[in-house]
Write a protein of this length. Structure first.
Ligand code: ADP
Ligand code: MG
Length: 255
Protein backbone atom coordinates (compact mmCIF):
# COMPACT_ATOMS: atom_id res chain seq x y z
CA UNK A 1 0.00 0.00 0.00
CA UNK A 2 1.35 3.39 -1.03
CA UNK A 3 0.09 6.50 0.72
CA UNK A 4 0.20 9.71 -1.30
CA UNK A 5 -0.64 13.18 0.02
CA UNK A 6 -1.46 16.11 -2.23
CA UNK A 7 -0.21 19.27 -0.59
CA UNK A 8 0.63 22.93 -1.02
CA UNK A 9 0.27 25.77 1.47
CA UNK A 10 -1.58 27.72 -1.21
CA UNK A 11 -5.26 27.26 -1.92
CA UNK A 12 -6.77 27.08 -5.39
CA UNK A 13 -3.76 25.40 -6.98
CA UNK A 14 -5.54 22.15 -7.90
CA UNK A 15 -4.86 19.94 -4.88
CA UNK A 16 -8.40 18.63 -4.59
CA UNK A 17 -8.88 18.31 -8.33
CA UNK A 18 -5.64 16.36 -8.60
CA UNK A 19 -6.55 14.11 -5.66
CA UNK A 20 -9.95 13.35 -7.24
CA UNK A 21 -8.73 12.68 -10.77
CA UNK A 22 -5.70 10.72 -9.58
CA UNK A 23 -7.87 8.48 -7.39
CA UNK A 24 -10.40 7.82 -10.13
CA UNK A 25 -7.55 7.24 -12.60
CA UNK A 26 -5.85 4.70 -10.35
CA UNK A 27 -9.17 2.88 -9.86
CA UNK A 28 -9.68 2.82 -13.64
CA UNK A 29 -6.27 1.20 -13.94
CA UNK A 30 -7.44 -1.65 -11.73
CA UNK A 31 -6.05 -0.51 -8.39
CA UNK A 32 -8.02 -0.40 -5.17
CA UNK A 33 -7.98 3.12 -3.77
CA UNK A 34 -8.97 4.85 -0.54
CA UNK A 35 -9.36 8.63 -0.61
CA UNK A 36 -9.18 10.67 2.59
CA UNK A 37 -10.58 14.19 2.61
CA UNK A 38 -8.40 15.88 5.19
CA UNK A 39 -9.42 19.44 4.31
CA UNK A 40 -12.25 20.87 6.47
CA UNK A 41 -13.49 22.69 3.35
CA UNK A 42 -14.56 19.18 2.21
CA UNK A 43 -14.16 19.93 -1.49
CA UNK A 44 -13.00 16.39 -2.26
CA UNK A 45 -16.11 15.03 -0.56
CA UNK A 46 -18.25 17.40 -2.63
CA UNK A 47 -16.67 16.01 -5.80
CA UNK A 48 -18.18 12.59 -5.07
CA UNK A 49 -21.01 12.80 -2.53
CA UNK A 50 -24.54 14.17 -2.70
CA UNK A 51 -25.18 16.87 -0.10
CA UNK A 52 -25.82 17.17 2.75
CA UNK A 53 -23.57 14.49 4.21
CA UNK A 54 -24.89 14.89 7.79
CA UNK A 55 -24.98 11.55 9.55
CA UNK A 56 -22.26 10.00 7.39
CA UNK A 57 -19.23 9.09 9.51
CA UNK A 58 -16.24 11.25 8.65
CA UNK A 59 -12.58 11.87 9.37
CA UNK A 60 -13.71 13.93 12.36
CA UNK A 61 -14.79 10.71 14.09
CA UNK A 62 -11.31 9.28 13.61
CA UNK A 63 -9.77 12.29 15.37
CA UNK A 64 -12.44 12.89 17.99
CA UNK A 65 -13.56 9.35 18.83
CA UNK A 66 -10.72 7.16 17.66
CA UNK A 67 -12.98 5.44 15.09
CA UNK A 68 -11.15 3.24 12.60
CA UNK A 69 -10.87 4.06 8.91
CA UNK A 70 -12.85 0.89 8.18
CA UNK A 71 -15.68 2.23 10.34
CA UNK A 72 -15.87 5.64 8.68
CA UNK A 73 -15.23 4.92 5.02
CA UNK A 74 -17.94 5.27 2.39
CA UNK A 75 -17.95 3.29 -0.86
CA UNK A 76 -18.02 5.51 -3.95
CA UNK A 77 -17.85 2.72 -6.50
CA UNK A 78 -16.10 -0.60 -7.00
CA UNK A 79 -12.51 -0.26 -5.73
CA UNK A 80 -12.94 3.39 -4.73
CA UNK A 81 -13.66 4.34 -1.11
CA UNK A 82 -13.71 7.73 0.59
CA UNK A 83 -13.34 8.91 4.15
CA UNK A 84 -15.40 12.07 3.92
CA UNK A 85 -14.16 15.41 5.23
CA UNK A 86 -15.88 17.36 7.96
CA UNK A 87 -16.26 21.09 8.58
CA UNK A 88 -15.97 20.28 12.30
CA UNK A 89 -12.26 19.73 11.67
CA UNK A 90 -11.73 23.43 10.99
CA UNK A 91 -10.63 23.92 14.58
CA UNK A 92 -8.67 20.65 14.72
CA UNK A 93 -5.48 22.54 15.58
CA UNK A 94 -7.09 23.81 18.80
CA UNK A 95 -9.23 20.80 19.60
CA UNK A 96 -6.53 18.17 19.14
CA UNK A 97 -3.59 20.08 20.53
CA UNK A 98 -2.96 17.48 23.22
CA UNK A 99 -0.01 15.14 22.92
CA UNK A 100 -0.55 12.14 20.72
CA UNK A 101 -2.95 13.88 18.39
CA UNK A 102 -0.17 14.32 15.85
CA UNK A 103 -0.24 10.60 15.25
CA UNK A 104 -3.98 9.98 15.11
CA UNK A 105 -3.92 9.05 11.46
CA UNK A 106 -0.92 6.81 11.95
CA UNK A 107 -2.80 4.92 14.65
CA UNK A 108 -5.81 4.66 12.33
CA UNK A 109 -3.63 3.15 9.59
CA UNK A 110 -2.15 0.62 11.98
CA UNK A 111 -5.69 -0.57 12.69
CA UNK A 112 -6.75 -0.63 9.02
CA UNK A 113 -8.04 -4.08 8.04
CA UNK A 114 -9.15 -3.44 4.45
CA UNK A 115 -6.43 -3.67 1.83
CA UNK A 116 -5.73 -0.95 -0.67
CA UNK A 117 -3.12 -0.45 -3.37
CA UNK A 118 -3.17 3.32 -2.91
CA UNK A 119 -4.39 5.86 -0.39
CA UNK A 120 -4.73 9.43 -1.65
CA UNK A 121 -5.01 12.18 0.98
CA UNK A 122 -6.22 15.67 0.13
CA UNK A 123 -4.79 18.23 2.57
CA UNK A 124 -5.73 21.78 3.59
CA UNK A 125 -3.66 24.81 2.48
CA UNK A 126 -1.78 25.08 5.77
CA UNK A 127 0.74 23.13 7.80
CA UNK A 128 -1.46 22.43 10.82
CA UNK A 129 -2.31 19.19 12.55
CA UNK A 130 -4.29 17.75 9.62
CA UNK A 131 -1.39 18.16 7.18
CA UNK A 132 1.14 16.89 9.72
CA UNK A 133 -0.91 13.77 10.37
CA UNK A 134 -1.08 13.19 6.61
CA UNK A 135 2.68 13.69 6.12
CA UNK A 136 3.46 11.35 9.01
CA UNK A 137 1.78 8.44 7.23
CA UNK A 138 2.71 9.35 3.65
CA UNK A 139 5.23 7.64 1.42
CA UNK A 140 4.92 10.32 -1.24
CA UNK A 141 3.83 13.93 -1.56
CA UNK A 142 2.63 15.54 -4.77
CA UNK A 143 2.82 19.33 -4.84
CA UNK A 144 0.50 20.96 -7.38
CA UNK A 145 1.43 24.48 -8.41
CA UNK A 146 -0.53 27.00 -10.40
CA UNK A 147 1.24 29.64 -12.41
CA UNK A 148 -1.01 32.37 -11.03
CA UNK A 149 -0.24 31.77 -7.36
CA UNK A 150 3.31 30.55 -7.15
CA UNK A 151 5.05 31.00 -3.79
CA UNK A 152 8.64 30.06 -3.12
CA UNK A 153 8.16 31.02 0.51
CA UNK A 154 5.37 28.45 0.77
CA UNK A 155 7.69 25.83 -0.70
CA UNK A 156 10.35 26.67 1.90
CA UNK A 157 7.85 26.25 4.72
CA UNK A 158 6.70 22.93 3.29
CA UNK A 159 10.29 21.73 3.03
CA UNK A 160 11.00 22.72 6.63
CA UNK A 161 7.91 20.86 7.81
CA UNK A 162 8.77 17.73 5.82
CA UNK A 163 12.28 17.74 7.30
CA UNK A 164 10.77 17.86 10.78
CA UNK A 165 8.39 15.04 9.92
CA UNK A 166 11.30 12.93 8.66
CA UNK A 167 13.10 13.43 11.95
CA UNK A 168 9.96 12.41 13.80
CA UNK A 169 9.27 9.25 11.79
CA UNK A 170 12.80 8.30 10.76
CA UNK A 171 11.43 7.43 7.36
CA UNK A 172 11.72 9.24 4.11
CA UNK A 173 8.75 11.28 2.97
CA UNK A 174 9.57 11.90 -0.63
CA UNK A 175 8.15 14.71 -2.71
CA UNK A 176 7.53 12.69 -5.84
CA UNK A 177 7.08 15.74 -8.05
CA UNK A 178 5.73 19.22 -8.65
CA UNK A 179 2.69 19.31 -10.89
CA UNK A 180 1.99 22.41 -12.92
CA UNK A 181 -1.75 23.01 -13.05
CA UNK A 182 -4.03 25.58 -14.70
CA UNK A 183 -1.37 25.78 -17.34
CA UNK A 184 -2.14 27.92 -20.33
CA UNK A 185 0.42 28.34 -23.03
CA UNK A 186 3.86 26.86 -22.94
CA UNK A 187 5.33 29.78 -24.80
CA UNK A 188 3.61 32.24 -22.49
CA UNK A 189 5.20 31.02 -19.31
CA UNK A 190 7.81 33.55 -18.41
CA UNK A 191 11.37 32.40 -18.02
CA UNK A 192 11.14 33.73 -14.51
CA UNK A 193 8.35 31.35 -13.61
CA UNK A 194 10.07 28.34 -15.17
CA UNK A 195 13.12 29.27 -13.14
CA UNK A 196 11.14 29.65 -9.94
CA UNK A 197 9.41 26.32 -10.38
CA UNK A 198 12.75 24.63 -11.01
CA UNK A 199 14.21 26.22 -7.87
CA UNK A 200 11.19 25.00 -5.94
CA UNK A 201 11.78 21.48 -7.26
CA UNK A 202 15.44 21.66 -6.32
CA UNK A 203 14.58 22.87 -2.85
CA UNK A 204 12.23 19.91 -2.37
CA UNK A 205 14.75 17.51 -3.85
CA UNK A 206 12.39 16.56 -6.63
CA UNK A 207 11.50 17.15 -10.28
CA UNK A 208 8.70 18.93 -12.06
CA UNK A 209 6.37 16.44 -13.78
CA UNK A 210 6.74 16.70 -17.52
CA UNK A 211 2.99 16.37 -17.84
CA UNK A 212 1.29 19.68 -17.27
CA UNK A 213 -2.38 20.12 -16.54
CA UNK A 214 -3.93 22.70 -18.79
CA UNK A 215 -6.53 25.26 -17.76
CA UNK A 216 -9.94 23.75 -18.59
CA UNK A 217 -13.47 24.56 -17.44
CA UNK A 218 -14.56 20.94 -17.93
CA UNK A 219 -12.90 20.21 -14.57
CA UNK A 220 -15.34 22.47 -12.75
CA UNK A 221 -18.23 21.04 -14.78
CA UNK A 222 -17.38 17.49 -13.78
CA UNK A 223 -17.07 18.53 -10.13
CA UNK A 224 -20.49 20.18 -10.18
CA UNK A 225 -21.96 17.08 -11.88
CA UNK A 226 -20.18 14.92 -9.24
CA UNK A 227 -18.92 12.63 -11.99
CA UNK A 228 -15.20 11.97 -12.13
CA UNK A 229 -13.37 13.58 -15.03
CA UNK A 230 -12.46 10.31 -16.72
CA UNK A 231 -16.13 9.38 -17.00
CA UNK A 232 -17.42 12.90 -17.57
CA UNK A 233 -15.05 13.83 -20.38
CA UNK A 234 -12.88 10.85 -21.31
CA UNK A 235 -11.63 12.51 -24.48
CA UNK A 236 -11.02 16.06 -23.23
CA UNK A 237 -7.45 17.30 -23.64
CA UNK A 238 -7.18 17.95 -19.88
CA UNK A 239 -8.15 14.30 -19.27
CA UNK A 240 -5.23 13.28 -21.48
CA UNK A 241 -2.99 15.58 -19.41
CA UNK A 242 -4.07 13.89 -16.19
CA UNK A 243 -3.70 10.39 -17.69
CA UNK A 244 -0.14 11.24 -18.74
CA UNK A 245 0.56 12.58 -15.26
CA UNK A 246 -0.72 9.35 -13.67
CA UNK A 247 1.49 7.27 -15.99
CA UNK A 248 4.46 9.43 -15.09
CA UNK A 249 3.69 9.15 -11.38
CA UNK A 250 3.41 5.34 -11.55
CA UNK A 251 6.77 5.26 -13.32
CA UNK A 252 8.36 7.44 -10.68
CA UNK A 253 7.14 5.33 -7.81
CA UNK A 254 7.94 2.14 -9.70
CA UNK A 255 4.78 0.09 -9.36
N1 ADP B 1 -6.55 22.75 -14.59
C1 ADP B 1 -7.59 23.51 -14.19
N2 ADP B 1 -8.21 24.33 -15.06
C2 ADP B 1 -9.26 25.09 -14.68
N3 ADP B 1 -9.78 25.09 -13.45
C3 ADP B 1 -9.21 24.29 -12.53
C4 ADP B 1 -8.08 23.46 -12.84
N4 ADP B 1 -7.74 22.78 -11.73
C5 ADP B 1 -8.58 23.17 -10.77
N5 ADP B 1 -9.49 24.07 -11.24
C6 ADP B 1 -10.54 24.76 -10.51
O1 ADP B 1 -9.95 25.69 -9.63
C7 ADP B 1 -10.61 25.69 -8.37
C8 ADP B 1 -9.61 25.31 -7.29
O2 ADP B 1 -9.14 23.99 -7.54
P1 ADP B 1 -8.93 22.97 -6.36
O3 ADP B 1 -8.54 21.67 -6.96
O4 ADP B 1 -10.13 22.96 -5.48
O5 ADP B 1 -7.69 23.64 -5.62
P2 ADP B 1 -7.16 23.47 -4.10
O6 ADP B 1 -7.64 22.15 -3.61
O7 ADP B 1 -5.68 23.55 -4.23
O8 ADP B 1 -7.71 24.61 -3.33
C9 ADP B 1 -11.76 24.70 -8.50
O9 ADP B 1 -12.92 25.42 -8.81
C10 ADP B 1 -11.36 23.80 -9.65
O10 ADP B 1 -12.47 23.32 -10.36
MG1 MG C 1 -8.77 21.72 -1.91
Amino acid sequence: MKIISVSNVKGGVGKTTTAAVLSAGLTARGYKVLMIDSDPQTNLTMCFMPEPTDGTPSLYHVYAEGKTLDEVKTSIKLNLDLVIGDFELCNADMQFLKAGRLKMLRKAFKELKSTYDFVVIDTPPNLGILSLNAFLVSDYIIVPMAADSFSLKGVRLLKQTLDEVEEETEKEVSVVGLLLTKYSDRTNVSRLLEKSVNSAAELLNTKVFESRIRQATVLQESQIAKIDLLEYAPKAPVTTDYQAFIDELLNRIEV
